[in-house]
Design a protein around this ligand. Sequence first.
Ligand SMILES: [Fe+2]
Length: 360
Amino acid sequence: MQFKNFKSVDKCTFGRGTFGKLDSILAEKRHENDQFMVFLVDNFFKGKELASKVPAKPEDMLIFVDVDDHEPTTEQVDELRDTILATKGIPAGVVGIGGGSVMDIAKCVALMVKNEGSSQLYQGLNLIKKEGVYHVGIPTLSGTGAEVSMTAVLTGPEKKLGLKCDWTVFNQIILDPELIADAPRNQWFYTGMDTFIHCIESMTGFLKNTFSEAYGYKSLDLCRDVFLNEGCGQTPINDEKLMVASYFGGLSLTYSEVGVCHALSYGMSYVFGTRHCFANCIIFDQLEEYYPEGVHEFREMVKKNNIFIPKNLSKDWTDAEIEKMIDVTLALHHMWNHALGSDWKNIITRQKIKELYLKM
Ligand SMILES: [Fe+2]
């Protein structure tokens, strides 16, 4: 029996125009702590219409977050936390508006304004000492499941690992399909594929169960509508479907686990800073051995949407880089255990992982 007792998002609103309700949603929380809100907004929206619609009051802090060419780091979170505390004190709440990286940063900052020391100290399960402040997630890209997950992944000097505990989960999420309508096409695809891969991995492994399959099947159906079936592409109805697919994909993996692709992807992101969803696509493309049907369908989606997935990257990788990637991926016991079973250490040797990486 697999025992999980997971915390859900407290409140969720879904639908076109729900972003316009943010001000009234925040109103009842504004009196807490030092009575100001922090809005962390993806740099991408600087000078764009969405930024002008953020309901920031004069006392609030609106900070544009740079996640352009790297994954969120412990250093970045520590700096944001220190700046906020030094400028205004402890916020009433933190609102993250952006893709998975910005949402993860918002989760971490909400925890770290109440927990001393570097966020590095808290990378792992249930290491956070005190409940953070109220926090809201508003995705502008769909697929990572960051809006629903109880982890906030950070890359630190030692490891890439999430701040994972019940308090990490958002108190409120706003799923407004209008916000993902203008996603750059490649990012829309790569991020959406993260959900597709979450479902394939959660439903193919030793921890799969009826709960994760129910959400997974529905999420996969929605992904097919968005990326493969007649009428696929970036359309208003597909934006709605992708938002729900991401949410359901997140729930699917919550009661199961991710697998081989995510384990290898963490290694690649750690060493090269490759963005999570992009790394997943590069890796999943080469995992026929583990997910034959999923990889076949993935390639159809790539072709249908005319998306470029890089190949032959490993020719430029040094032995030291590959060894480090292997170290990082082998530390992800829970993923290997799910994908290959309790005997995984005898199946997935350093040599085998190296062979997989050399296919990329
Ligand atoms: Fe993922």
